[in-house]
Design a binder for this molecule. Structure first.
Ligand code: F6P
Length: 361
């Protein structure tokens, strides 16, 4: 293994720099291998200055830093790139050009750090002959085949702190506080932070909810003397008789943007219970800033394991955490079924046992 490259794609997540650092250090220290960084995801292969050398100096001091020193592009799909032709916006497939650029660089491996979308693209590139190794990244924790993705723990810490802070102000004003959390179609952030932050109601995409059940929980709490309530809502949660709420529709490039369900829950609860209610949308705060110790540790292990997998020629594989061990599994297996909250798992049983409402009763 003489030369490898690393890129970060899709939305950022805390721990990306820790992976990059581990890749560079392991590749240089263990394999004496040259490392290239690709700027702004796959776009870097086609842009002037989009490929940069990464040495020990370039990764110094980046372990605790949020974001990614390589930049990320969540519109950077080489199979669907928006360009202007004859004054018109058109979507074209530039994947062959990307493959050509990769071949010209004589890469022995391309380490792709990404979520669902980026890893799907990397699998398609693998099918076109690119020696890809995947590293699962996302605060949503929705990638199959691995117990956890890096970035999730940091998002949980931030969401839980927000719930703690909402608790004190909710109690002071006898209010209902609704916190809308990220996670797309998976409820892991709301479920885990909701339990850790003592939420009374948790609404997740996996369990369609009834507005009235949420109001009932708030009323019941009041009857029993608790004049405030805390509601954690996944952005992807949807009412039983309705749809997910979007703040922007999608197109060939952008996926639809979820957002707004928290406001709807807040309005309903205020109207139907008579309790004053407020909504907070935590948004990208969940993705920014320094990773937790757990995420730094996992990201570092993933980065090192990705280089080892590359050296072993395990292309088309993704590193994953299973039973506390970092292993590698075929990308196809990881991406076959997106991970969702197991409604019969111990996390859900625990939450229900604590008396948390999921809006379904
Ligand atoms: O997948 C990570 C995530 O933060 C989701 O939780 C959220 O729905 C989405 O990305 C937001 O994407 P963007 O950065 O495009 O607003």
């Amino acid at each position: 293994m003489k030369r490898i490259a690393v890129l970060t794609g899709g939305g950022d997540a805390p721990g990306l720099n820790a992976v990059i650092r581990a890749v560079v250090k392991t590749a240089i220290n263990v394999y004496g291998c040259e490392v290239l960084g690709i700027i702004d995801g796959y776009d870097g292969f086609l842009a002037t200055g989009g490929v940069v050398p990464l040495g020990l100096v370039e990764v110094r001091g980046i372990l605790p830093r949020g974001g990614t020193i390589l930049g990320a592009a969540n519109r950077g799909n080489p199979f669907a790139r928006k360009v202007i032709r004859d004054g018109q916006e058109v979507v074209i497939d530039v994947s062959d050009k990307v493959v050509e650029a990769i071949n010209d660089l004589h890469l022995d491996a391309l380490i792709v750090i990404g979520g669902d979308g980026t890893l799907h693209i990397s699998m398609e590139l693998f099918e076109k002959g690119v020696p890809v190794i995947g590293v699962p990244k996302t605060i949503d924790n929705d990638i199959g085949g691995t117990e956890v993705t890096f970035g999730f723990d940091t998002a949980l810490m931030i969401a839980t702190e927000a719930l703690d802070r909402l608790h004190t102000t909710a109690e002071a004003h006898h209010r209902v506080m609704v916190l809308e959390l990220m996670g797309r179609d998976a409820g892991f952030i709301a479920l885990h932070a909701g339990v850790a932050g003592g939420a009374d109601v948790i609404l997740i995409p996996e369990i369609p909810f009834k507005f009235e059940a949420v109001a009932k929980k708030v009323r019941n709490r009041r009857t029993r003397g608790s004049l405030f309530s805390i509601i954690a809502v996944s952005e992807g949660a949807r009412p039983l008789d309705g749809e997910q709420v979007y703040s922007r529709s999608g197109d060939a490039i952008y996926v639809p943007r979820l957002g707004g369900i928290g406001q709807k829950v807040c309005e309903y609860v205020e109207k139907e219970t008579g309790s004053e209610a407020r909504v907070t949308v935590l948004g990208h705060v969940q993705r920014g800033g320094s990773p937790t110790v757990f995420d730094r540790w996992l990201a570092t292990r993933y980065g090192a394991a990705a280089v080892r997998a590359a050296a072993e020629g395990k292309f088309g594989h993704m590193v994953a955490l299973r039973n506390g061990q970092v292993i590698d599994i075929p990308l196809q297996e990881a991406l076959a079924v997106p991970k969702r909250v197991n409604l019969n798992g111990d996390a859900m049983l625990t939450a229900r046992g604590l008396g948390i409402s999921f809006g379904d009763e």
